[in-house]
Design a protein around this ligand. Structure first.
Ligand code: AMP
Ligand code: MG
Length: 353
């Protein structure tokens, strides 16, 4: 199959392009499009065979459920068994936006979408392209990230094509996404509601609306505040092709440790890549390493928007080892950044003295 690329204006997408992509979705096609978080790979959520094709195109295991994207809370209500307590307030505060709510699923939602769970994850994206596409398609759109399973999520159309060219019908190219990490997933079927995945909406801002929101205590969703799990305990996800080691601790010692590890690996003939903030870059002067920049290390928004692209740059440079240092900050968007760094490293974390 040839993957068609439709370039659109991200702020006000051309109606003809949107109509064309929406028709493709309604007919069971696979269409990648930008959201405010990362690029999603959309499919008609109520079309079982199309949903199965999506799992196949991504190489995604069937037990990993999809998020269903709709245009408004009223459309979400049609897919669930009653709106749970807090849904209304959270939706008012954060929709449209990068918050996914897990609720009890209604009979309209196929098993294939929810991986057989009795719950369904729903979000109303804010990106003008995503919103226009969902409205024009007139159906709910199941959309996981538009990458091959376990690879870094795509934040540009070219990343989608790196993974899925020839495997999907269309890419709607609306330029780089804004946030760069995925939505926050909150389970509303429990009391109190629980954050299953840290993401673009911070725990602090959720708690400003629903104070009792809790963090999931699950090793697979480890958060910076939890004791460090053993390497290998957490799932490897959002990862570069090469093995990655994450250094955790005080900035000065992690910087030094990454430089020392890079030197040692180079001495054994390895090609080494490092993730580096603007301030880290000079640390690597004079070393034969591939440096992938992640921007201003004092701003989570910068790092989040560059992280996945940086991991892909290191893939393209064909490095044999990726080194990075963790951040000391714990709050706001840092929680999501740290979660993705840890998963990219498959929880191979070193703590230098
Ligand atoms: P992705 O769309 O690739 O960012 O991944 C979607 C993620 O949302 C899944 O991997 C789950 O972690 C979460 N998710 C989707 N549906 C459910 C559900 N019904 N219950 C809990 N988590 C869900
Ligand atoms: Mg994904």
């Amino acid at each position: 199959m040839t993957t068609e690329i439709l370039k659109v204006n991200p702020q006000s997408p051309e109606p003809e392009a949107i109509a064309r992509a929406a028709r493709c979705l309604r007919d069971g096609g696979l269409v990648a499009f930008p959201t405010e978080t990362v690029y999603g790979l959309g499919v008609h959520a109520l079309d079982r065979s199309a949903v199965l094709r999506l799992f196949e195109a991504k190489g995604r295991p069937a037990n990993d459920p999809l998020i269903v994207h709709v245009a408004a809370l009223t459309d979400a209500a049609a897919l669930v068994l009653g709106l749970p307590t807090h849904a209304d307030r959270l939706a008012r505060a954060f929709w449209p936006g990068p918050l996914t709510l897990v609720m009890r699923r209604g009979p309209a939602v196929p098993d294939e979408v929810t991986a057989g769970l009795e719950t369904v994850a729903i979000r109303v994206p804010a990106h003008p392209v995503a919103h226009a596409l969902i409205l024009a398609s007139t159906v709910p759109i199941a959309a996981p990230s538009a990458n091959l399973f376990s690879r870094p999520s795509p934040t540009r159309a070219e990343h989608v094509l790196q993974d899925l060219d020839g495997r999907i019908d269309m890419v709607v190219d609306g330029g780089a996404t804004d946030v760069g990490v995925e939505s926050t997933v909150v389970d509303l079927t429990t009391d109190p509601p629980v954050v299953l995945r840290a993401g673009a909406v911070s725990l602090e801002s959720l708690r400003a609306v629903v104070p009792e929101v809790a963090l999931a205590v699950r090793p697979t969703e480890a958060d910076g505040n939890m004791p460090m799990p053993s390497p290998g305990l957490l799932s490897r996800h959002y990862s570069p092709r090469a093995p990655m080691v994450l250094y955790r601790g005080r900035q000065a010692s992690t910087r030094e440790a990454v430089r020392a590890a890079a030197s040692a690996a180079i001495a054994t003939g390895q090609r080494v890549g490092v993730l580096a903030t603007d301030d880290d870059v000079k640390t690597f002067e004079g070393l034969d390493v591939t440096v992938a920049g992640i921007g201003d290390g004092s701003r989570a928004e910068h790092v989040a928007s560059r992280l996945y692209a940086a991991l892909r740059e290191l893939d393209i440079a064909a490095v044999g080892l990726v080194l990075a240092r963790d951040f000391e900050q714990e709050d706001g968007l840092w929680r999501a950044v740290k979660d993705r760094l840890q998963r990219a490293a498959g929880s191979v974390v070193m703590v230098p003295d």
